[in-house]
Write a protein that binds this ligand. Structure first.
Ligand code: PRP
Ligand code: MN
Ligand code: MG
Length: 179
């Protein structure tokens, strides 16, 4: 598994520092609000688990499962919801938690879907942002770090469902996905 990684982009320590900073900012901004963190699985599983513990104010959590990449390195353009949120969003200050904002197709779809459910407010938090690749205009309110246009894995991010368990984030060797 480690042999498939070309370069480490974010070490465990760097990721922890990013999560700490984002968690502090959210804790400040959402004081007195009815914060609901909505994690978009599977990619955001590790970020979500760390981020919720870096948030120092009361909040609730919920999960949805969304997939558009399948086993490829490019979005299929079709967003499939395989598990929806459980909580009725009315009255909540919803913060959607993603691992990466790439083409924007996934978050754009989720945002429209969530807006129709009348939460008090909606914002987006993404660990990584790849602005170069955007095909749909979506902007995140909280960004951990901008990343270059390389296929990255680890800390929840996969290629063909693998590498999610790497504790760091690295660039996958192109020969692994035939790039
Ligand atoms: C990945 C990633 C984001 C989305 C970003 O999910 O976790 O959810 O794609 O790409 P986009 O901005 O181009 O839509 P994926 O479909 O691979 O499902 P997964 O989270 O289960 O890996
Ligand atoms: Mn995802
Ligand atoms: Mg994926």
């Amino acid at each position: 598994m480690l042999g498939d990684i070309q370069e480490v982009l974010f070490s465990e320590k760097q990721l922890a520092d990013i999560v700490e900073r984002v968690g502090e900012q959210i804790s400040e901004d959402y004081q007195g609000k009815k914060l609901l963190l909505a994690s978009v699985l599977k990619g955001s599983v590790v970020f979500m688990a760390d981020l919720m513990r870096a948030i120092k104010i009361p909040c609730e959590v919920d999960f949805m499962s969304v997939s558009s990449y399948g086993n490829g390195t490019k979005t299929s353009g079709i967003v499939k919801i395989t598990k929806d949120l459980d909580i009725n969003l009315e009255g909540y200050d919803l913060l959607v938690v993603e691992d990466i904002l790439d083409s924007g197709v996934t978050l754009n779809y989720i945002l429209h879907m969530m807006q129709a459910r009348n939460p008090n407010s909606i914002r987006l938090c993404t660990l990584f942002d790849k602005p170069e690749r955007r095909t749909v205009p979506v902007k995140a309110d909280y960004v951990g770090a901008e990343v270059p246009d390389a296929f990255i894995v680890g800390y929840g991010l996969d290629y063909a469902q693998k590498y999610r368990n790497l504790p760091f984030v690295g660039v996958l060797k192109p020969e692994v996905y035939g790039g």
